[in-house]
Write a protein that binds this ligand. Structure first.
Ligand SMILES: Nc1nc2c(ncn2[C@@H]2O[C@H](COP(=O)(O)OP(=O)(O)O)[C@@H](O)[C@H]2O)c(=O)[nH]1
Ligand SMILES: [Mg+2]
Length: 196
């Protein structure tokens, strides 16, 4: 199926969130991990801004995602990245205060896509985020981004290390650059959207 995305709005407080009326998919991960690029790869266009200056986005950017017949509707939420400020010790210390309530309360939130960089060893703040989501009972899928940059024989090793450190059974390798793994990720999104 072909999907299109249109930018809805940029929210810096809960009062600005769009009406909760369609299954929502949130993109979470450290600054520069490839959130906006992955969102664009999923919808096959440049809806979200890909940044060369990490750590800039402090807002949640909402996108309305429609299939070609406009019969199915979803919302993608591009969340602010964490882990940019070098001194911060936890994800919440540097994350805007409205992010945790968003993740805890957003009624339509169907799936959290948690991005980790396949080229970077596991990080504590990624683990903290997953622990938080587990405690909150939120459905999530972990994807390893920029897999095109990892050589073939390194892939299994780097994915295994991430799985171990994050304590997850499955990590989906993806590349926004080559399109690798995008179909599989759409399958997960479709399942989550249908559960709603
Ligand atoms: N090689 C490669 N580079 C990527 C990929 N995804 C993102 N990037 C690059 O990583 C940088 C950060 O991407 P962006 O999507 O803005 O990350 P965000 O801060 O998490 O939204 C940009 O320079 C992208 O071009 C990928 O799959 N492969
Ligand atoms: Mg971004």
């Amino acid at each position: 199926m072909q999907w299109t995305a249109q930018f809805l709005l940029s929210a810096v407080s809960a009062a600005q969130f769009p009406k909760a009326e369609a299954p929502e998919i949130a993109f979470l991960g450290r600054s520069n991990v490839g959130k906006s690029s992955l969102l664009n790869a999923l919808v096959g266009e440049k809806a979200a801004k890909v940044s060369n200056t990490p750590g800039r986005t402090r807002a949640i950017n909402f996108f309305l995602v429609l299939d070609e017949r406009r019969a199915r509707k979803m919302v993608f939420a591009d969340l602010p990245g964490y882990g940019y400020a070098k001194i911060s010790k936890s994800i919440s210390a540097e994350w805007p205060a409205f992010i945790e309530p968003y993740l805890a309360m957003r009624a339509t939130l169907a799936l959290c896509i948690c991005l980790v960089d396949a080229n970077i060893p596991p990080r504590t703040n990624d683990r903290q985020l997953l622990d938080w989501l587990r405690a909150a009972g939120r459905a999530f899928v972990v994807v390893a981004t920029k897999i095109d940059r990892v050589s073939g024989n390194q892939r299994a090793q780097s994915l295994a290390a991430l799985k171990r450190a994050l304590e997850v059974d499955e990590i989906l390798p993806v590349s926004a650059k080559t399109g690798y793994g995008i179909k599989e990720l759409w399958r997960k999104i479709g399942e989550a959207g249908n559960r709603e």
